[in-house]
Design a protein. Structure first.
Length: 212
């Protein structure tokens, strides 16, 4: 994934800057422990822990295996996305013609979170928010000025309207240009910013009920 992303970014750079991009990418910076700050051996043992926990709770072997397989799939998809976002950060840092990046939607269907993120611009040194299974691409942009956080207000408003039609409410936060009130980049302890709606959070040490 890292090598493919680097090649893709170099191709984009030739198109926007009209000059070759010679980037030296150290794969150790965009794979393995560099992605989460945790050894891959520990991360990939978690599906087995999930399976054993399910068995201990009385679930059938088949159900426990399904739980473990789902956890493995989520971890794998997340690592692929992390390899992509870390590579974007490292490669674009060496491309002076790139001013910022935007999210480019792919496929027939996209979640509302990715659609909202596609209306934002990201500084090239930022790690773009991700979620497991996201198939969005990064598009590098050369510009003479910073367009601001919101780059497509019309689409952003339409997305909120569709969300409101679907679930009966939408969080515009009073002003569509206030990024914090439109989409939240929750900081996950290992994988960095992850897309999520307001009110979502990650389990932490305070959630563990220790005996007194």
């Amino acid at each position: 994934m890292a090598s493919l992303t680097a090649t893709y970014l170099e191709t984009l750079y030739r198109e926007i800057a009209d000059e070759p991009s010679r980037v030296r990418l150290d794969l150790d910076d965009v794979t393995g422990r560099a992605l989460r700050g945790v050894e891959p051996a520990e991360v990939y043992s978690r599906p087995f822990v999930e399976m054993r926990t399910a068995l201990a709770a009385g679930e059938s072997l088949d159900a426990a295996v399904v739980r473990g397989a789902r956890r493995l799939e989520t971890i794998t998809k997340t690592d692929l996305q992390l390899a992509r976002t870390h590579t974007v950060r490292e490669v674009t840092a060496e491309q002076p013609g790139v001013e910022y990046t935007v999210r480019e939607l792919q496929g027939e269907y996209d979640c509302a979170l990715c659609m909202i993120a596609s209306t934002q611009r990201y500084h090239k040194r930022e790690l773009a928010p991700i979620h497991p299974g996201c198939d969005c691409l990064v598009k590098t942009v050369r510009a003479d000025y910073d367009p601001g956080q919101i780059i497509d207000e019309e689409r952003l408003e339409r997305i909120h309207e569709l969300v409101e039609e679907a679930i009966g409410q939408a969080d515009r936060g009073g002003r569509a240009v206030d990024y914090r009130k439109i989409i939240i980049a929750n900081e996950h302890g290992e994988i960095g910013p992850v897309l999520g709606f307001r009110g979502q959070r990650f389990t932490g040490p305070d959630d563990i009920n220790l005996p007194t």
